[in-house]
Design a protein around this ligand. Structure first.
Ligand SMILES: C[S@@+](CC[C@H](N)C(=O)[O-])C[C@H]1O[C@@H](n2cnc3c(N)ncnc32)[C@H](O)[C@@H]1O
Length: 230
């Protein structure tokens, strides 16, 4: 997300003590009797705030790598009465293993992730198999990943990436708002814009099968270069 630099970002963040985490200490394991939800690429935080509010029995972590987005997110959260179960993390998805213990997460949300449509950039997509492997390491058995996008090519890519690591969604819709799954849907900032433009929203959800072990390994350089050239 491109965003104009926020003035006094450090001071503004500091005034929302306890809401923002910027350095992982020991990996978060989750608390007994409570679920752990994680959103990656939370943007301005509207979805996170509403989800935390609706799910009091879950601890909700919203990760976003753009600090200026987090400034807006925390200000919104506190202006609306901060849900006690919400934390924002300023970091990128590559660092997830430093933040969360394996098997600790019940749900992962990816909403309107950047499509990275330019040739050779597909490995940056948050549904690329490398990231799926990270997510399905963090998820507990039966835990699930949910993904929404307006971007049909990114959605197709994501289905292919899931198939490549032997995962099959239990929910797929290419028009969420005209489907029975619209009920209870929490809209994100981007989603509101796309819906206003009349764009259909695609959604998938996939559960981690019991005993599933992610099997992605980073391709060797030559193979990686061959893939980039495709
Ligand atoms: C298109 S915006 C969508 C924001 C929000 N989810 C929404 O639907 O309104 C994508 C967001 O993902 C964030 N993002 C992209 N790659 C990321 C990564 N590797 N780790 C964490 N956040 C990332 C971007 O900074 C941006 O804020």
């Amino acid at each position: 997300m491109r965003m104009r630099k926020k003035k006094n970002a450090d001071a503004r963040l500091a005034s929302h003590e306890g809401l923002v985490l910027s350095q992982p200490e020991s990996p978060i394991e989750g608390k007994a009797g409570r679920e752990l939800y994680l959103e990656i690429g939370a943007g301005k935080g509207g979805f996170a705030i509403e989800m935390a509010r609706r799910n009091e029995n879950a601890d909700y972590y919203a990760m976003e790598r753009v600090r200026d987005c987090i400034v807006l997110a925390v200000e919104k959260a506190d202006a609306e009465g901060r849900p006690a179960n919400l934390r924002f993390i300023i970091d990128g998805a590559d660092n997830l293993p430093a933040w969360f213990a394996s098997g600790s997460v019940d749900r992962i949300y990816l909403n309107f992730s950047d499509p990275w449509h330019k040739k050779g950039y597909f490995k940056r997509r948050l549904t690329y198999r490398k990231y799926l492997s990270l997510y399905f390491t963090l998820l507990c058995d039966g835990g699930e990943l949910c993904f929404k996008t307006d971007n049909a090519p990114l959605f197709d890519f994501s289905l292919e990436e899931l198939a490549s690591v032997d995962l099959t969604p239990y929910l797929v819709t290419r028009d969420l708002h005209a489907s029975p799954y619209a009920e209870g849907n929490v809209m994100t900032e981007y989603e509101r814009g796309f819906v206003a433009e009349g764009k259909p929203i695609h959604k998938l959800c996939v559960k981690k099968p019991a005993g599933y072990i992610p099997h992605y390994t980073e391709p060797k350089k030559a193979k990686a270069e061959a893939e980039e050239a495709l």
